[in-house]
Design a binder for this molecule. Structure first.
Ligand code: GTP
Ligand code: ZN
Length: 382
């Protein structure tokens, strides 16, 4: 057996690139196509769908989709969004419908970009009066179609039609690869750069950057002191929050948690803060802004995510586990109030030996948000 190269992630044993680098790239490209409004081919065994994202597709993309289709298009939506827009009499569950996605057939006007956006996005223009939608069985691979849109940080709303024999220039991707992507990307992470970066609150700090084999956005580890020399160092999993971390937004508690964690690790002499590219609990900044709009209309942070068709928390903590392992850290004391983080990290094989509370006083704006995290996400407040 050939010796693994230095760049191989531990455990794959394969020489050269990560075993799944090609499929990761295919999925990443397909998500980028959806973001551009271009249709892609989604294959599942003998069957294939031609799909486009409702949020980005324009008239040209829809014409392309129709040209490669051999049957009528439907709109695939997450069940939570479908329940909102499909009128009640048509809302009877259709036998055989996959729970992961609901397909809607609308009148001929479905293939209209503005109408699609209204169907997909609860913060877009209201649906025109009298728009009727009807539930139909979801085609195979509907779950992967919505998952691909989510990977592109788009709303999980996808126009889909059965693909004909002609494939043209359409980019093709396997449904199974889309579904496997989050875990594969997480385990393909490797260190790509490292430097000392003295911080105001922690002069002895280093940043190590990790990149996945798909070429996606990097995750960062901020190392304070020498955490790898401790039995179970203080660790914080901090999901990126542009508004809170950078701008000091009062809507959340991320800014104080970020600076507070670094100060605390510095006082303790060592620690690791993983700065994870999982903005908005994994829904992306654009969708987080949409969620904020919905929250200003009365929804809480959990219901707002679901109204957009997203889960309450879309994060995958295998990313964090892989980074910790590569830093030589297998046991941690986690700075968090979120019991789900403790459980997820432990499920990914890191020994969580303790929890350190990491709560900050409400600021007059984020009181409701913190209360919701305690009441609906089970956050521990002490
Ligand atoms: N979708 C969504 N994300 C939000 C909202 N407010 C903050 N966030 C995101 O939530 C994430 C912050 O979560 P974390 O601080 O990592 O963790 P947590 O789940 O609150 O748990 P702790 O470890 O106790 O802080 C960041 O990615 C924020 O962008 C919101 O209203 N909606
Ligand atoms: Zn925040």
């Amino acid at each position: 057996m050939p010796l693994p190269l230095v760049s191989d992630p531990p455990g794959t044993g394969a020489p050269g690139v990560h075993a799944s680098a090609h499929t990761l790239r295919a999925v990443h490209r397909a998500a980028a196509e959806l973001r551009r409004g271009t249709p892609v081919l989604l294959r599942a065994g003998e069957q294939a769908l031609v799909i486009a994202a409702a949020e980005t597709v324009g008239a040209a993309g829809l014409a392309e989709l129709a040209a490669f289709a051999k049957g009528p298009a439907v709109l695939l939506l997450a069940p939570s969004r479908a329940a909102e827009i499909a009128p009640t009499p048509a809302l009877r569950p259709v036998q055989g419908v996959e729970e992961a996605a609901i397909a809607l057939r609308a009148p001929p006007g479905l293939l209209d970009p503005a109408l699609l956006r209204s169907l997909a996005d609860p913060t877009a223009d209201r649906l025109p009066e009298g728009t009727r939608t009807e539930r139909v069985p979801a085609p195979p691979a509907s779950d992967a179609a919505l998952a691909l849109a989510k990977l592109g940080r788009l709303l999980p709303a996808v126009v889909a039609a059965p693909a004909g024999a002609a494939r043209g220039e359409l980019l093709a991707v396997e449904a199974a690869d889309v579904l496997a992507y989050p875990l594969e990307a997480a385990t393909s992470l490797r260190r790509v750069a490292e430097a000392a970066v003295p911080l105001e609150d922690a002069p002895d700090a280093r940043i190590v950057a990790f990149r996945a084999a798909d070429g996606g956005i990097e995750h960062l580890a901020i190392l304070i002191g020498r955490p790898e020399e401790q039995a179970a160092p203080l660790v914080r999993l901090h999901s990126e929050c542009f508004t809170g971390d950078l701008l000091g937004s009062l809507r959340c508690d991320c800014g104080p948690q970020l600076r507070g964690a670094i100060r605390r690790m510095s006082e303790a002499g060592a620690g690791v803060l993983l700065y994870l590219a999982q903005e908005g609990r994994g829904i992306g900044l654009v969708n987080k802004l949409r969620a904020y709009r919905l929250q200003d209309g009365g929804l809480d942070t959990l219901d707002a995510n679901q109204a957009l068709g997203y889960g309450a928390d879309e994060r995958n903590f295998m990313v964090a586990a892989t980074m910790l392992r590569q830093l030589g850290i297998e046991r941690v004391r986690l700075l968090t109030n979120n019991p789900e983080k403790l459980a997820s990290l432990a499920a990914c094989g890191i020994a969580v030996e303790g929890r350190e509370a990491h709560a900050f006083a409400p600021n007059g704006v984020n009181d409701g948000y913190l209360e919701t995290k305690a009441r609906r996400f089970g956050h521990l407040l002490a």
